[in-house]
Design a protein around this ligand. Sequence first.
Ligand code: KG4
Ligand code: ZN
Length: 375
Amino acid sequence: MPETSIKGRARESQRETIVLGVETSCDETAAAVVARRPDGSGRILSNVVRAQWEQHRRFGGIVPEIAARAHVECLDEIIAEAMLGAAIGFANLDAVAATGGPGLIGGLLVGVTTAKAIALAHDLDFIAVNHLEAHALTVGLTEGLTPPYLLLLISGGHTQLLIVRGAGNYERLGTTIDDALGEAFDKTAKLLGLGFPGGPAVEQAALSGRPGRFRLPRPMLGRGEPHFSFAGLKTAVRHAAQAVAPIRDQDIADLCADFEAAVAASVSDRVRRAMAITDTRLETGQQRHLVVAGGVAANRRLREALAHVAQGAGYQLHVPPAALCTDNAAMVAWAGAERLARGWTDGLDFQARARWPLDPSATPALGAGKQGAKA
Ligand code: KG4
Ligand code: ZN
């Protein structure tokens, strides 16, 4: 349970609170400083992200031990850069927030331990932030949008549809029963020899492709619960690639275009289903909002499809800017500030959590198998 005592400056609630955020749950080392005004609006004072692609590229995916070591090597520097960018000292902070999970445990330990040490040394509150909550609340920082809203979270490790009712209050409607959407993009890119990270590479290749040539499946279309599945689609891409071997650049481009079309059709169908459920759960007469977060939200083809779905259902679509959709620490600092405003802080005995569902009461999706460690 969160602690409720708030230290130092944050007790005077009628002024801006300033939070340092730290993100180390996957392959980005990030630190940021964010301010939250008493009216609930926010601003970013600094936002520093260092990706580790170079260290992982030759392995074709993220190696957890390499990620953890890379975080150790540069986190101090990244935090110093964020503090310098914000032009403040530690004494000006109200709290330090770190991603406490879910994610790769080695990296989480680095961020959580560092944040606790800063909190202890400077007598600040420590806040353990759920990485998924950080993605979920980002629109509050970027657009001032307040819950309730329907959230589509699509990243390298998670694919979920949730009703966000408020900080700490989530209802999960759907999840993936196998691969996450970003993972499907990454695996498709890898098997087509397009490199890592795969999402942008697939999107780029698809630009010169013609959709409609390959008959790829549209997974889960029409299913009652808004769950996802992408493993079969990825296998279908492999079979299609084998069938045209030796594969040429145009084949790759066409396959990528068809892959994106299949993804767009499947995700659109699942979101429509989730909207129908959301409409029965939320008060009538309120403007509905669909928020898309996570790295895959950068995909243009998918964004266009979702804009169409939102328009058809009377929802307003919100997609934070790409730099705040992919992993970053501004979202962690912001989620920390939101928790601090409610008096929710954590003890220094908090343990990092590799798994940490936003809605612990959600029943597992039928056939749910593996879950990625990324978020
Ligand atoms: O949220 P994120 O930065 O990291 C976590 O997984 O937490 O998401 C990364 C994922 C990767 O799988 C990457 O391939 C995918 O987002 N991605 C994209 C695009 N840009 C990044 N997928 C499709 N199209 C893109 N343009
Ligand atoms: Zn993420």
